[in-house]
Design a protein around this ligand. Structure first.
Ligand SMILES: Nc1ncnc2c1ncn2[C@@H]1O[C@H](COP(=O)(O)OP(=O)(O)OP(=O)(O)O)[C@@H](O)[C@H]1O
Ligand SMILES: [Mg+2]
Length: 368
């Protein structure tokens, strides 16, 4: 007789400390600073949910994805939105499957029902039957239950939790605090292996103290220039270091202004890629200001922001000195003033100037 085949247990990778986790994250191109790596390590070691708050695009969601990749765990994602309910977050009964099941039993049930002359008796008989409709096999499993039922350890990402109504938090609490889910018709399922839970929030509403109490909390702000440069080169290796440095400087300058939306890391990466394309396609632009204006299309998403920046950068109004009149739109990680003034000729802009006057349009004409 051959031995029964059992699939090898996936290795549950644990990290010894923050430094080891930081390195593992770097290998999957996620660049964390020392403090953040230690906090994430703590959350995994203590198996406590980690609530990440902070402005858009600073790497909250990406942390969960990268943690899953670095640890070899599956990522289970619950995307929150207004109106999210138990049916989408936890489980739903699969009515179509239940109906099919009943239809298959119809003849057998019909035979038994034939024995009753009285409708009330027949109905009582039916009510007392267990057709097995409310068992695990008729459940459509949604992310929270999936994380609990998973035989292998997972990273559970509860993304943008502040978008749900507060009532959803009660549901989350059972999962986060007890590591379990109760389905009235079936019973309570307890997590087979504790998920590492990452919750993210953009702080659009205050989360309940009960939810916060169960989590480690960390505010993820904009990165330091060095870390942002590292992120750009990790995510877009085609970008030269000098170009990355220029785009990062520009973004940091913009973040000092009272914009509707400050440039996120993702937008800085886009702008750096755009700078590389501009350079490689030889789009002729006459000045650093013209290049910068093109890069603004990647960095800014509101006309009013673009106008404000153009006014400020054209020198009509001086830049606020050292953070000046306005605080950055969101906490900045250990802010230092941008190392170079925004209008210094730098690597992004070198090699573009001189030939044509009049920006992109003129450049195209020049090539015809
Ligand atoms: N520390 C980092 N290391 C590597 N890439 C990063 C890092 N932070 C951000 N990024 C890049 O920025 C992108 C946006 O990050 P992410 O989607 O995680 O932002 P977020 O904080 O979840 O924003 P939002 O609040 O809008 O959802 C990522 O896809 C990634 O390319
Ligand atoms: Mg996100």
């Amino acid at each position: 007789m051959t031995a029964p085949h059992t699939a090898p247990e996936p290795e549950d990778i644990r990290f010894a400390d923050g430094a080891e986790l930081k390195e593992a994250l770097r290998e999957v191109d996620y660049i964390a600073d020392d403090e953040f790596a230690v906090v994430v390590h703590l959350a995994t070691a203590l198996e406590r949910p980690l609530l990440l708050e902070g402005p858009a695009g600073v790497g909250k969601t990406e942390l969960a994805k990268s943690l899953a990749e670095a640890s070899g765990r599956k990522l289970v994602r619950l995307q929150c939105y207004e109106g999210l309910d138990d049916n989408r977050a936890l489980y739903e009964w699969d009515y179509a499957k239940q109906l099919l099941h009943v239809q298959m039993l119809r003849d057998r049930i019909g035979e038994k029902m034939g024995a009753f002359d009285d409708v009330a008796e027949a109905s009582q008989f039916l009510a007392a039957q267990d057709f097995g409709l409310y068992s695990e096999k008729f459940l459509s499993v949604r992310p929270l239950l999936e994380a609990i039922l998973s035989p292998d350890p997972v990273v559970l990402l509860v993304d943008e939790v502040d978008r749900t109504e507060e009532s959803m938090e009660a549901l989350l609490l059972e999962v986060l605090a007890e590591g379990q889910v109760t389905i009235p018709e079936v019973g309570t399922f307890t997590a087979r292996s504790a998920p590492w839970v990452i919750l993210t929030s953009n702080d659009t509403r205050e989360l309940s103290p009960a939810l916060k109490r169960r989590c480690l909390h960390y505010h993820l702000g904009y990165p330091t220039p060095q870390r942002e440069r590292d992120i750009v080169t990790a995510r877009a290796p085609e970008v030269e270091e000098a170009v990355a440095a220029d785009v990062v400087d520009l973004a940091r300058t913009l973040r000092q202004l009272p914009l509707r939306k400050s440039p996120s890391i993702a937008e800085v990466i886009d702008a750096a890629r755009a700078a590389v394309v501009l350079k490689s396609t030889g789009v002729a632009v006459s000045s650093q200001a013209a290049v910068r204006d093109i890069l603004l299309t990647a960095l800014l998403k509101y006309t009013s922001d673009v106008e404000l920046v153009r006014t400020r950068l054209s020198g009509e109004q001086p830049f606020p000195a050292d953070g000046g009149e306005t605080a950055p739109a969101g906490p900045v990680e250990r802010v230092t003033v941008a190392s170079r003034p925004a209008n210094t000729t730098t690597a992004v802009f070198r090699g573009h100037g001189g030939r044509d006057r009049g920006g992109i349009g003129a450049g195209r004409q020049g090539r015809r």
